[in-house]
Design a protein around this ligand. Sequence first.
Ligand SMILES: Nc1nc2c(ncn2[C@@H]2O[C@H](COP(=O)(O)OP(=O)(O)OP(=O)(O)O)[C@@H](O)[C@H]2O)c(=O)[nH]1
Ligand SMILES: [Mg+2]
Length: 421
Amino acid sequence: MDPSAIVALLLALGLAALIGMAAVRMTKKRPSRDLSDDDDEVVAPPPARAAPPVKGPPSRPGTAQRPAAPGTQAPGRATPQAPGRAVPMIDGKRKPAPVPVPEPPAAPKLVVAIPTVKPLGAGLERTRKEGFVARLLDAFKRGAVDDALLAQAEEALLTADVGVKTATMLIEALKTEFKPSGGDLGPQVMEFFQKKTLEILEPLKHGAPKAVGQAGAPAVIMVVGVNGTGKTTTIGKMAHLYKNKGRSLLLIAGDTFRAAGMDQLVIWGERVGVPVVAGNPGQDPASLMFDACRKAVTDGADLVIADTAGRLHTNVNLVDELKKVHKVLGKAVPGAPHEVLLVLDATMGQNAIRQADVFQQAVDVTGIVLAKLDGTAKGGVVLSIARDLGLPIRFVGVGEGLDDLRPFDPHEFVEALFATD
Ligand SMILES: Nc1nc2c(ncn2[C@@H]2O[C@H](COP(=O)(O)OP(=O)(O)OP(=O)(O)O)[C@@H](O)[C@H]2O)c(=O)[nH]1
Ligand SMILES: [Mg+2]
């Protein structure tokens, strides 16, 4: 054979052998590639997500509580590290043989509540939707304003708990002052009622109290009301609101008749990051108030909010107790209490008005908080409060969340109440 042919044959055989070996190596390597595509990276554990604020255990009574900032990670809730996922490089060259790794446990699903501020309209939804506005509009579809129609309109107003006196006044005004301008009556009547309602509400100075203390002393707000109306919850929400405005606060858990009542405020304090002074169960609330106010002065707090017991208003002792607390607050801080807020439960409608009388006799109530407006079709009670009690409405509660307290604005209220959506 020609020597050059032999050389060519050998070269061809060598090449074929090389290709074969390469193919075998590639097939062998394939399974490990899937694990080692990112061998050089240390795999980071899944990022920890912020846990929602967690109610801590009630703190020991008798001391000021300064809880951890809200939103901090709850102990033991951190997302666990994924074990064994890191495959480090050794000397930049060699890699250890991949070790079979068990699947990491699934990260716990933490639901983080996104706070939303509820519009007032949402709080008045039941008042509007459960007949009131729809019935008024329906009544005035029929054209002329006659007696039957006026009676129907009065009934619609009463279902929203505007109170007999206010409903009568509005209907009288409709009879004598309302001048329809042709076309659909319904919207015109609504506009008329809106105007009249504003006339009832506007003369009073509604909205959040400024609550500013004097000469380096804190402002003091005393919160009173029948049990279950929403005092403690309102104080928690108010603390959140004023803290967000940059005020330094101290809360007093003055409901010493009920340990659970005090604990409830301590938990709210932890939630919003505001210190709470709680007493011992059965302790004289007035002495607790005095000590706590002196502490607020020493600490340089600029707003104190005091919770009180809410036993039945027929309990004469409670009235005496509130009078005593009121007096003692004045001894501890000049001019205190600067505000006495009466918390009324909107779901009680006209009964809430009767409760107000009793508290007004006991202490000098300066404003109303209307809680639970979201849970009632009796939102018209706002008109009764302003007209019959002559008291400004400071806040309305529209839910149980941190942000569900709104400074009362008559314009916003009237628009939401008579909205025809
Ligand atoms: N839907 C709704 N619920 C509310 C509102 N305000 C308070 N609540 C609920 O009403 C209930 C009673 O509220 P509390 O704050 O404990 O009432 P309280 O006046 O302090 O009661 P006592 O301490 O027993 O006198 C709780 O379940 C609150 O969550 C509100 O604006 N809307
Ligand atoms: Mg309470």
